[in-house]
Design a binder for this molecule. Structure first.
Ligand code: FRU
Length: 476
């Protein structure tokens, strides 16, 4: 089905409850329904939003177009967890409406304020002539979940010298002052990040100016900027679009990147001693990661395992997108380590040699640089290949249906230096995540096997790669 602009932005009341039930059933009954990764109840899931720790729980909203696998009219759907592993869907959150979010509730963040949560997010309006109006909005969420949207915008329109590509505020509180960083595009079509500040979450918000993160601008637009406060460092995580490959190489249509700095100086809006750009996840489908900086001194991240302007095999079942596992962040030098939050979901050990591999499991590999081997996980028709050699570890998904992003290559690699290495491959029914050397390298992606039966692990009889396996628990 092709979706016209009019169809994509049709209000939700155009659809019947029966249609929504049908779409939710399609997702639930899908052979690609995930066992322990967050996925939409129906339709398209994109950016993680409103990630907040409050009253001993993590809250997260997923951005959603409930009625198809396309970027239509967006709203937020709420989730909650006590451990960042077991999640519960708790109903709908922010909904699009007049006058500021008529064509979608776009991305934003959350901040705990005592027992209440403050949300700061972007309202999207499309004008008749194809233009857009971006408004930064606010809302309080009461302890019982009741939502109170502020009637007045926090920030109306973009400042002079910038286009309406102005969105995705991350709200922060530092030393008693509130800050918001936003993705922005200058009139000369360069991507940048703007800093605003206020005495209270409700404002008034004042423009402080662009953030100096070691570059004057990157690409033509920056989406979803986040600051994470990790192990005494400050990490800027963001999505530059149209980034020149010579600045930092990447494989996907748009990358999700980060920079580790020693600190941030809010007075001069400058990252202190910023390191180089790095890809957050060198896999196939990582975008729009969002960070939660609470509780004290802990930072976690969840990314969208999906990309803008990309179609996936599950589109035929009218749904698209999932999320990475929540990852605990650490900094070593000027690099991130990302540890998947999984301990409560690891089940019994399972045999891997001459045994069938359930696609709700984790495989652990140990090897030494110097080996040159390919391990095949799959059946006679469909396979994921893992290549271990002198340059690192490579995942090849050419043997299994994936997405139209195949134009961007079917293999991805984590480069490694000499010595001993280990990796964990989390397999779920339509996504995988490979964490190398305790999360020093991360490579995740989608795959869509037609037939998940009779999958096995094939490796050479004289293999030098030690493999063990565990089943993982299902939460959905
Ligand atoms: C990133 C993004 C954000 C925007 C949202 C709209 O994927 O484009 O910049 O707020 O998605 O759905």
């Amino acid at each position: 089905k092709t979706w016209t602009t009019k169809q994509r932005y049709a209000t939700y009341d155009t659809y019947s409850k029966k249609e929504l039930d049908r779409l939710q059933k399609l997702q639930r009954d899908s052979k690609w329904h995930l066992a322990y990764h967050l996925q939409p109840k129906s339709g398209l899931m994109n950016d993680p939003n409103g990630f907040t720790y409050i009253n001993g729980e993590w809250r997260l909203a997923y951005q959603n177009f409930p009625f198809g696998p396309v970027h239509g009219l967006k709203s937020w759907e709420n989730l909650v967890s006590n451990d960042l592993q077991n999640w519960r869907y708790i109903g709908s959150g922010l909904q699009p409406h007049a006058p500021y979010s008529m064509q979608g509730v776009y991305s934003g963040s959350g901040l705990a304020q005592g027992e209440r949560q403050f949300l700061m997010y972007t309202g999207n309006v499309r004008t008749e002539d194809g233009g857009r109006i971006s408004t930064q909005l606010g809302a309080w969420v009461e302890p019982d979940g009741e939502l109170h949207e502020l009637s007045q915008p926090l920030i109306s329109g973009q400042p002079n010298g910038y286009t309406a590509h102005f969105r995705d505020p991350q709200i922060l509180e530092r030393d008693g002052r509130y800050y918001a960083i936003l993705g922005a595009q200058r009139e000369d079509k360069r991507g940048t990040i703007l800093v605003y500040s206020a005495e209270r979450p409700e404002g008034p918000w004042q423009l402080d100016g662009p953030l100096d993160f070691g570059f004057d601008s990157l690409g033509y637009m920056i989406e979803c900027p986040n600051l994470a406060f990790v192990d005494g460092s400050v990490v800027l995580i963001f999505c530059p679009q149209g980034l020149d490959q010579s600045v930092c190489a990447y494989d996907n249509i748009y990358p999700n990147m980060y920079i580790v700095a020693d600190d941030i100086d809010w007075a001069s809006r400058k990252l202190v001693n910023p390191g180089p750009l790095h890809n957050l996840d060198v896999g196939f489908d990582c975008y729009a990661a969002q960070v939660v900086n609470e509780p004290n001194d802990h930072a976690h991240l969840i990314s969208w395992m999906g990309l803008p302007d990309t179609t996936y095999a599950s589109d035929e079942e009218d749904w698209q997108g999932c999320y990475s596992l929540a990852r605990e962040l650490h900094v070593i030098g000027k690099r991130l380590k990302q540890l998947p939050m999984m301990d409560s979901l690891i089940g019994a050990q399972m045999p891997v040699a001459n045994a069938t591999i359930d696609l709700v499991s984790v495989l652990h590999f140990e090897w030494q640089i110097g080996v040159d081997e390919t391990l095949v996980v799959g059946n006679s028709k469909e396979q994921l290949r893992l290549k271990f050699n002198d340059t690192g570890v490579t995942v090849d998904r050419s043997g299994v249906a994936s997405s139209n992003a195949d134009d961007f290559g079917k293999t991805r690699s984590v480069p490694l230096v000499a010595g001993k290495h280990s990796a964990d491959l989390y397999l779920d029914r339509s996504c995988f995540e490979l964490y190398v050397d305790d999360g020093a390298g991360v490579l995740s992606g989608r795959y869509f096997p037609e037939d998940a039966t009779n999958w096995t692990l094939k490796q050479a009889a004289d293999t030098q790669v030690a493999v063990t396996g565990h089943k993982t628990k299902s939460i959905f």
